[in-house]
Design a protein around this ligand. Structure first.
Ligand code: G3P
Length: 216
């Protein structure tokens, strides 16, 4: 499974890229706003930093406006993926962009049927928001499971990008289900690495290493 980072913070992206495990980046308007910087400037910097796919989201909601924005975003760099909201006009934009060879990430997906339509429109990625589904009492990962089942039946090329990930449990489920990608906050990437038994074990090994006799 590919691991993306879900942030627009260039420092966090550099840190994750330094681990050598980062396959791509996703941003959204909230994450860009948090940087306090212009979107184009931030995306240009991220695209130069990470060779993998970098999702940047359109800010409008009509077909014509989204298409114009999508083309401007796609011109930033070869690795830009245009994020489009899962609304009727959004699906029309995805179809047009796919025909033009521009990669898309359909966002704000909360049901397997929405995901099926995004795949039929030719989306490169579909982003089910698992954490936000959990927040309202649903099982976010069940939706991912159903999307994968549907995509498998019909041999869709669209990749399932598990988004709104809040914990290592989400990542474990995503990997066991065979999701193509998960986009994680930096905090969750660190949580995947860390285990208390690793820390305790290393402490003991280091203490014992100090007792090993040195050659004379
Ligand atoms: O980037 C989309 C998604 O990952 C947002 O997550 O935590 O705001 O629900 P969250």
């Amino acid at each position: 499974m590919k691991i993306f980072i879900d942030t627009a913070d260039v420092g966090e992206i550099s840190e994750a890229a330094g681990l050598g495990l980062l396959d791509g980046v996703t941003t959204n308007p909230t994450l860009i706003a948090r940087t306090g910087r212009p979107m184009r400037e931030v995306l240009t910097e991220i695209c130069a930093l990470v060779p993998g796919p970098v999702s940047g989201e359109v800010l409008s909601t009509t077909y014509d406006e989204m298409l114009k924005e999508a083309r401007e975003l796609a011109a930033i760099a070869d690795n830009i993926v245009v994020k489009i909201p899962l609304i009727a006009d959004g699906l029309r934009v995805v179809r047009t962009l796919t025909e033009a060879g521009i990669k898309t990430n359909v966002t704000l997906c909360f049901s397997p049927l929405q995901a099926a339509l995004a795949a039929k429109a030719g989306a490169t990625y579909i982003s089910p928001f698992v954490g936000r589904l959990d927040d309202v009492g649903h099982e976010g990962m069940d939706v991912v499971d159903q999307i994968l089942e549907i995509y498998d039946h019909y041999d869709f090329d669209t990749q399932v990008l598990v988004a709104s990930v809040r914990s290592p449990g989400h990542v474990l489920h995503a990997m066991r289900m065979g999701a193509h990608v998960a986009t994680l906050p930096l905090k969750v990437i660190h949580q995947l690495i860390k285990h208390p038994l690793t820390d305790v074990g290393l402490e003991r090994f280091l203490a014992d290493a100090a007792k090993i006799a040195k050659p004379k």
